[in-house]
Design a protein around this ligand. Sequence first.
Ligand code: GLN
Length: 199
Amino acid sequence: MAARPRVGVLALQGDVREHVRVLTGLGADVTLVRRPKELAAVDGLVLPGGESSVIDKLARAFGMQEPIRAAIRSGMPAYGTCAGLILLADEITGAIAGQETFGGLDVVVARNAFGGQTESFETELEVAGFDGAPVHAAFIRAPVVTRVGDRATALAALPDGRVVAVEQGPLLGTSFHPEVSGETRFHERFLAHVRGAAA
Ligand code: GLN
């Protein structure tokens, strides 16, 4: 395969630019994905943070729901942060009426799991398989994984045990936003999945 992995960032709503910056910095060839044609031209997709119900609605309006579901079913690597994790979950709680997901991750994710004062916070996390310093994680109106199914693996949890990072084959999801804190290891892991899938 080409030396530079071709990846997309779903660019319907959310913190698209931050992901583009991290992925470009890691040497990827990055496309903004809004149309099926653009999805077809990439080997992996990042689902940004933002508002999952809005991204869901726009994805359906743009005819992107089925193409993304099909791509995930056929093994396309994907990485979702925050709203993106919600969109990758097979099941969600706290959804607005009619809200759907692309699915793929065998998990249940609770939206807006941190109420009141702790709606947004930053903390250090140990992540399974990561060498070096703990991950500095920014949680912004973040979800948590309330059930990890048999096919998924928890990669990180808060001190109270709530799971905030999961992996299932080429699918990766985090409750928090590494793209805003200079943390690149999740994106590197995603790009390793992309290289592996394309090899
Ligand atoms: N609360 C948002 C949602 O449910 C997610 C927030 C985020 O992506 N930072 O979609």
